[in-house]
Ligand binder design. Structure first.
Ligand SMILES: [Zn+2]
Length: 137
């Protein structure tokens, strides 16, 4: 019986919604790993991060390179930018993306999706059902 209770406890603690409600933790995105090679900056954990964000790489790349004011492209699991940038800067830009296009402003959970409807973009949240109007990337 004890074991069964423990199992039940563990199962409950694995439900992310409960975990969020209990701790109020913010969505954690890994730090950007970036190295400068010659005149280019290579974002090495690009693929890993976009998988976590659950957003198309193209879109994230477009936003980040636009904010950096440079050109960027994806090569394998890396993103490459022309010019020398620091991981701190790219981190900061990425956080701006996450705040605007991933985190639901109503419940602060990341369970969102970008939906296009009659030419307008919305961030829809599957956790709380909120629909927030956003600007396209
Ligand atoms: Zn929400």
């Amino acid at each position: 019986m004890d074991d069964y209770d423990k199992l039940l406890d563990r199962a409950r603690s694995q439900v992310p919604e409960d975990a969020f409600k209990r701790t109020g933790e913010r969505f954690q995105v890994p730090e950007v790993q970036l190295i400068v090679q010659g005149n280019r900056s290579i974002w090495q954990n690009f693929q890993e991060i976009i998988n976590i964000l659950n957003r198309p790489g193209k879109e994230v790349l477009k936003f980040v390179s636009g904010q950096l004011g440079t050109a960027g492209n994806v090569e394998g699991s890396n993103a490459l930018f022309n010019g020398k940038f620091t991981s701190e800067l790219v981190d900061e830009v990425l956080n701006r993306y996450v705040d605007s296009y991933v985190i639901c402003p109503v419940c602060t959970r990341p369970d969102t999706e970008i939906v296009k409807e009659s030419g307008a973009y919305y961030l829809t949240c599957s956790a709380c059902g909120a629909r927030t109007s956003i600007r396209p990337v």
